[in-house]
Design a protein around this ligand. Structure first.
Ligand code: ZN
Length: 371
């Protein structure tokens, strides 16, 4: 089984975004099966254009753009120069004319001819630690992608690894994914014992305070707009403030999701576990709206949660950790299957069999349920 992981790296601002956009459009045409000729482009790039056709059926680039001239990332081959003691200039693997060169002898990445339509134009980037880690784990960066996102040029490196599934120990990691408000609960289980149980949440104080400030600023901007003053320097300043705060908040949650995913994946590898995940996010959304939380704040509480599941399972695949999705209820009794009542402080109680537990803990009990 092959597993993939990818990293997004910003390219220097000297890259010609218009030229890269054109390459993306040409890549799009190539995906559609057209033979693309671009006589005003460099020979080496024309050669790559023809080569892209072969990527069409490849696993990595299996997504077909939905719309005409939709944004398609530019598929790139990667030439690798690895450090070895016997070969002074490094061992070379892959097409020598590839636009991306990973040079492990100097720990740099060279990107050739993708940034500008100029002969021999290349940019050099420091090798990210991420690449060194993936290579140390037995991965190989055979493919890359380049493209423009929100007006900025980026390079994506794709690491590939042949995975041998690990033989799981008798440990199980049970993960119940909710909105950030109620957090991501996980339990490490061995046989019929719970070794550790905890709920992971971002700093909710920070999230709520920032959101409060955001709402105030947005209201103020609304007043400016109604008065027709939103184009004045002060109105624009307000708008920029709103945008900046929003971006900061989303970035914070994205970062939290990313760090938590890799921390839990590491835990899974360390204990050689099997992973059971419940990711019913529709239910989490409903729960938030039932608590009379505004749909805007609900959106913030759920932002990055799906990304967490994606990153987490992707890393489990990479390390060969087996996982499955299973429904773990929080309001149904794990002993008898009756709908439970919520008492004060999120304690759930079953009126049929008297089972009671904290709402965040019920899903873990569902892992043991024999219903
Ligand atoms: Zn019950």
């Amino acid at each position: 089984m092959k597993a993939y992981r990818a990293i997004l790296i910003p390219l220097p601002s000297e890259c010609d975004v218009q030229y890269m956009r054109r390459l993306m459009a040409l890549a799009n045409l190539t995906y559609r099966g057209y033979l693309v000729m671009a006589p005003d482009m460099l020979r080496s790039i024309q050669h790559q254009l023809l080569g892209w056709r072969r990527f069409k059926q490849s696993l990595v680039f299996s997504t077909t753009p939905k719309k005409w001239l939709a944004k398609t990332w530019i598929p790139l081959k990667v030439h690798r120069i690895s450090r070895t003691e016997n070969v002074p200039n490094g061992k070379r693997v892959g097409d020598r004319t590839a636009p991306v060169v990973l040079d492990f002898t100097r720990n740099v990445i060279r990107v050739r001819q993708i940034c500008r339509n100029q002969p021999r134009y290349s940019v050099e980037l420091p090798m990210p630690k991420w690449v060194l880690k993936r290579v140390a784990e037995g991965g190989d960066v055979k493919f890359a992608l380049a493209g423009v996102r929100r007006g900025r040029p980026y390079l994506v490196l794709v690491a590939e690894r042949e995975v041998q599934p690990i033989q799981p120990s008798d440990y199980v990691l049970v993960v119940d994914v909710n909105s950030w408000k109620h957090g991501i609960a996980w339990a490490l289980v061995k046989g019929d014992k719970i070794i550790k149980w905890t709920v992971e949440r971002p700093d909710l104080d920070y999230v709520e305070k920032t959101y409060g400030k955001l709402v105030k600023l947005e209201r103020k901007y609304g007043v400016f707009k109604r008065l027709g003053l939103h184009e004045t320097p002060e109105g624009r300043k307000l708008w920029r403030g709103v945008k900046r705060r929003k971006q900061k908040l989303y970035a914070y949650l994205r970062d939290f999701a990313q760090k938590l995913a890799s921390r839990l994946a590491k835990k899974a590898v360390k204990h050689g576990v099997r992973v059971v995940i419940d990711d019913m996010l529709d239910e989490s959304r409903r729960k938030l709206l039932e608590e009379k939380i505004s749909s805007d704040l609900a959106k913030i509480y759920l932002s990055g949660v799906r990304r967490f599941v994606k990153l987490f399972t992707n890393q489990l695949r990479w390390y060969g950790v087996p996982y499955e999705f299973r429904r773990l209820y929080s309001t149904v009794c794990p002993k008898c299957g009756t709908k439970m009542k919520e008492l004060l402080d999120r304690v759930m109680k079953c009126e049929n069999c008297n089972f009671s537990a904290h709402r965040d803990f019920v899903p873990v009990m569902w892992y043991f349920a024999k219903l």
